[in-house]
Design a protein around this ligand. Structure first.
Ligand code: ADP
Length: 623
């Protein structure tokens, strides 16, 4: 119903808007792609659901039969139970009553049994699908290149993987449950009512087409609002995530008020989009109940006159017994709720669909860098950049004709003003990005034709920020070599000049670091990341010098650890303090995405050009 409405046409600021539009049949994919694996659980839930609901229908029926056969004697028991032969039923009134009471009790017992299996099946199904979807999305996300993350907010991605995925559970469990209940109730009650008295049944079911009609318009109106709502949840999450991450800056700039007002704004936007949906929802449900209620009143009026006068009112014909009337009234009561829930089911479905589209949209993101199939074989670690040009965004050239090589075991340093393209040059080597033109080679092999995994296995990357994961120091050092022994970890830490401070920590190498663990200084963190790379022992190394100021003592230690790290490795170093790369085999001076000078420290000084000026400026600064 109404699935042809595109709910997203005017959600231009939803970061997933464009990808979602390309997701075809998301719900089909969810059920057949993911649900298929858990079809056993699904069928147990389905059978449980159908039988428990059928058993739920028994009490009103038995009650009506008891009234008409035993209490008023208007009908013979075998007439009311066409499935059983007369000689199979008790003859005395007490016997018949007992028979019906046992049937009533059994219906409750069996209903409980089937309710259990219904819940077991649907919950297991929902949990499993949810789990698979979440882990698959994460796995997919990890494959995407850095360019993808550069223009997405972490909070938005988080909101897809938590809120949207959780939304699926509501639908897969409660939604499924309600739909089958609705199906069984409508078909079951409808059938019984028609069987008892088809004329009164027509009157009782009068509201159903009206409810369906209303629901259609409800869905049309609510769909786009849910899509907007999901997008604003993502934005709110981003804001919060961003602010908690930057709490230090907020405090330092006493920007609490400003940030509070921004959070209020985001939360307000969420409130508003949510309220747009609420406004419609709160009108819809009472309206449905009203319709169902009016139907009930009409049924009651017609039925009670029928029983009271003993004659069919108006154009109706036949008789209506008291017990039948009681069954009718009880059923129409039971009927109201599932039918009113019809809208809620559609509602859940729509929400789940919006979420599923966001999830699959994320899953369908293509990694821009396709994987080569050859395995890189690195023997010496000879790195060559051949006339490499690159831009992050089309038309804005960031690197232009970069051409140099790093001989095996040598160190080449990139220097120059900020924004010159040093980091970008380095990022191309592990193929975080792909050159627009030109070629990068390792031991003669074009890196665009080898597998990314093999390439990165051979490259060590020590970035400016020393990121530690939550876990122990040992785990952090052994991050790239998880099989490493304790001794190997200690060995690496010693080379990185980190052993001294680690052994003084409360639990030594088993001390927890990261968000919930001990806090380490910038210099300490840096040495742990250096130890991590020493342990990995790659042939090629990219080293982005941290700009953070550390004391001279620490600086010396770091220098020493870097020397050990780079000793026999082909190294591409990005230097901010020229003093640290004086001994590099070659220095490349970059400006505006080009190499403007190259040579050793002494050669470059002699040229008295750009490098000479940079050097003198730093010397002056230092003194
Ligand atoms: P450096 O390391 O020399 O300071 P970068 O390589 O970081 O220089 O940056 C070179 C240019 O590329 C700068 O103009 C910068 O704004 C731009 N840039 C860097 N990273 C990105 C990115 N992820 N997306 C778009 N532009 C970027």
């Amino acid at each position: 119903m109404a699935t042809n409405v595109s709910p997203y046409s005017n959600v231009e600021d939803d970061p997933f808007g464009d990808v979602r539009e390309n997701v075809e049949n998301p719900m089909k994919r969810l059920f057949f792609g993911y649900g298929r694996r858990y079809r056993l659980a699904f069928f147990v839930g389905l059978i449980g659901s159908i039988f428990s609901r059928l058993l739920d229908l028994m009490p009103p029926l038995i009650l009506g039969i008891a009234i008409d056969t035993v209490l008023t004697g208007d009908q013979e028991l075998y007439e009311a139970l066409p499935l059983l032969a007369e000689n199979q039923l008790p003859v005395t009134e007490e016997g018949q009553l007992l028979f019906l009471l046992v049937a009533l009790g059994s219906s409750f017992v069996f209903a409980a049994f089937f309710h259990y299996w219904r819940n077991w099946g649907f919950n297991l199904f929902a949990q499993n699908v949810q789990h698979d979807v979440r882990t698959d999305t994460y796995e997919r996300l990890q494959q995407l290149d850095l360019g993808f993350f550069a223009d997405k907010q972490t909070g938005e991605l988080m909101s897809v993987m938590s809120n949207d995925v959780n939304q699926l559970e509501t639908f897969l469990n409660d939604g499924m449950n309600s739909s089958f209940r609705l199906g069984v109730m409508v078909l079951g009650i409808g059938a019984i009512l028609f069987w008892i008295n088809w004329q009164l049944a027509l009157i009782a079911l009068l509201p159903v087409p009206l409810i369906a009609f209303f629901t259609y318009f409800f869905v049309k109106a609510i769909q786009p609002r849910y899509a907007k709502m999901r997008a604003s949840v993502g934005k709110l999450n981003s804001r919060l995530e961003n602010n908690l991450g930057g709490i230090e800056v907020i405090k330092a700039f006493t920007a609490e008020k400003y940030e509070s007002s921004r959070v209020v704004q985001s939360s307000r936007d969420y409130f508003d989009t949510n309220w747009e949906a609420v406004k419609i929802r709160i009108k819809f449900f009472p309206a449905i109940r009203l319709l169902a209620g009016l139907g009930f009143v009409v049924t009651f009026t017609v039925g009670s006159f029928w029983v009271l006068t003993g004659e069919a009112p108006g154009p109706l014909t036949g008789t209506l017994m008291v017990g039948q009337f009681v069954t009718f009234i009880l059923y129409t009561q039971q009927f109201v709720w599932p039918v009113a829930q019809f809208g809620e089911i559609i509602n859940m479905y729509q929400r789940a669909k919006a979420s599923t589209e966001r999830i699959f949209g994320l899953m369908d993101e293509e990694p821009a860098i396709d994987n080569g199939n050859e395995k890189l074989s690195v023997s010496k670690g000879f790195v060559e950049y051949k006339d490499v040009s690159f831009s992050y965004n089309e038309g804005e050239s960031v690197l232009d004709g970069i051409d140099f090589d790093v001989k095996p075991g040598n160190t080449v340093a990139l220097v120059g003003p900020t924004g010159a393209g040093k980091t970008t040059t380095a990022r191309l080597l592990p193929r975080f990005y792909r050159p627009d033109s030109g070629e990068i080679r390792v031991d003669g092999q074009d890196i665009s034709s080898v597998s990314v995994e093999g390439l990165r296995d051979n490259i060590g990357y020590v970035g400016q920020t020393s990121f530690l994961f939550s876990g122990t120091i040992k785990d952090n050092i052994a991050y790239g070599e998880r099989e490493a022994s304790y001794d190997e970890v200690v060995e690496a830490a010693k080379k990185a000049e980190a052993h001294e401070f680690i052994k003084d920590l409360p639990h030594g190498y088993d001390t927890e670091v990261g968000e919930r663990g001990v806090k380490l200084s910038g210099g300490q963190r840096q040495r742990i990341t250096i130890a991590r790379t020493i342990l990995k022992d790659p042939k090629i190394l990219i080293f982005d010098e941290a700009t953070s100021d550390v004391d001279t003592e620490t600086e010396k230690k770091i220098q020493k650890s870097i020397q050990r790290l780079t000793e026999d490795k082909t190294t591409l170093a990005i230097a901010h303090r020229l003093s640290t790369i004086r001994s590099a085999d070659k220095i490349l001076v970059m400006e505006n995405g080009r190499i403007i000078e190259s040579g050793s420290h002494e050669e470059l000084l002699k040229k008295e050009n750009k490098y000479y000026r940079l050097w003198n400026a730093q010397i002056e600064d230092a003194s």
